[in-house]
Design a protein around this ligand. Structure first.
Ligand code: 7TS
Length: 392
């Protein structure tokens, strides 16, 4: 795609070689439009939002709320259904902390073995209240065992929380089907969209979910901006309390503000949110369906080039992620390819239960985004061939 010139970092040299950045599932690089927006915000508009009745505060509030509108439009939601957090992790923790108050003995939560730690560890807190966690398993191709949703979701199930696209296997899960089973049993459906919203056209109505969590930094935006979409926050207790989120406070009690501000205590990452607005505009100009098509092509190309050299995990319909093992430890693989200027991820990728399930201690992962090219994949293949020889 004709976008590389927009990304200043891609011109950088690493260890004497032009950077090949293949760690996009961890975080994406930022186009100059986003970098400039953040800088312009601080140079020209910086103020706190929703507070001062002065020009700068009005402009800052406007930047902030315009991004909320863009996000709502992007995912087919209403503005007051979009809450700013710091990350997917904070969005999921918000829901888990709220559930800590409302759920107890006899209640159940359904998750899967392919979840990122941020969609497992917060729910583990609920076990202190006697809540039971149930986990859906995977098939050898990296898809979820769909029949297990029918078996595990019942009248005791209060929450089903599932990743839309796995950060390790890339598998895209049939969320609409899972939402239906959850709703037939009066359970709330939560979706971790950290790896899907960046590269697929998402419509929360079509997904049929009640909540969707994702992160701006995985879709060209600055770090420190996350989203929690929800179609009903009546029963969600604010995770953080303080300024902004109240309507009225006396010494011993407080009344909450309207949505979405009830869920947004304190001064947020205003510059980051403004930058995220620019990132969304960039993605929409480029076209999410084009990005998805480009990633699919790169995954196919990489799979074909790599399949004789490494073992690839996950071969269902997937996002731009190729996780693999080979005859060297993943940390050695990552550090040897780094010496060629190539950035890939290695380790358990915040999915230790999935590593256990796959019976591997760790994996290596190359993950692609709109600016990656087949030539970069060729460089990775050449570097991995060298690694293989070293460890023969
Ligand atoms: N959920 C999924 C599916 C993820 O891939 C990640 C981050 C998160 C949640 C957490 O997002 P955060 O923005 O709150 O950190 N995944 C990765 C990864 O695969 N490598 O580094 C971060």
């Amino acid at each position: 795609m004709e976008v590389r010139d927009d990304f200043p970092i891609l011109k950088r040299k690493v260890n004497g070689k032009t950077l090949v950045y293949l760690d996009n599932a961890a975080t994406t690089q930022k186009p100059k439009q986003v970098i400039d927006k953040v800088s312009e915000y601080y140079k020209e508009h910086n103020a706190n939002i929703h507070r001062g009745i002065h020009k700068l505060s009005e402009e800052a509030t406007n930047e902030f709320e315009e991004t909320r509108k863009k996000i709502a439009k992007l995912i087919g939601a209403k503005e007051d259904e979009v809450v700013f957090t710091r990350s997917t992790t904070e969005s999921l923790n918000t829901l888990a902390y709220s559930s800590l108050r409302s759920l107890g003995e006899g209640d159940e939560v359904v998750l899967s073995v392919m979840e990122h730690h941020s969609n497992i560890v917060p729910w583990q807190m609920l076990q202190e209240k006697g809540v039971k966690l149930n986990f859906v398993d995977i098939n050898p191709d990296g898809t979820l065992k769909m029949e297990q949703f029918e078996e595990l979701i019942n009248k005791n199930t209060k929450i089903v929380s599932i990743v839309h696209a796995s950060n390790v296997l890339g598998t895209i899960n049939p969320i609409a089907d899972i939402s239906k089973i959850a709703h037939d049993n009066n359970a709330i459906m939560i979706v971790d969209g950290a790896q899907s919203v960046p590269n697929m056209k998402i419509d929360v109505k079509k997904l049929g979910c009640d909540f969707l969590a994702f992160s701006g930094h995985k879709m060209l935006g600055p770090t420190g901006v996350g989203i929690l979409y929800g179609n009903n926050f009546d029963n969600v207790e604010p995770f953080l309390r303080g300024g902004e989120m109240i309507r009225e406070v006396s010494l011993r009690e407080a009344k909450w503000n309207d949505m979405p501000w009830k869920m947004e205590a304190g001064t947020p990452n205003i510059a980051g949110v403004a930058g995220f607005g620019e990132a969304i505009a960039y993605l929409e100009r480029t076209g999410l369906s084009k990005i998805r098509k480009h990633e699919t092509e790169l995954v196919k190309y990489a799979t074909k080039k790599l399949e004789d050299l490494v073992t690839i995990y996950g071969n269902a319909d997937k996002t731009g992620v190729v996780s693999f093992s080979m005859n060297a430890h993943p940390h050695d693989v990552a550090s040897l390819v780094d010496s060629e200027g190539i950035a890939i991820r290695s380790g358990h990728m915040c999915a230790q239960p999935l590593m256990d399930r796959l019976e591997v201690p760790a994996l290596s992962r190359a993950s692609f985004y709109l600016y990656n090219t087949k030539e970069e994949i060729d460089k990775l293949v050449t570097a991995l061939e060298k690694v293989q020889k070293v460890f023969e």
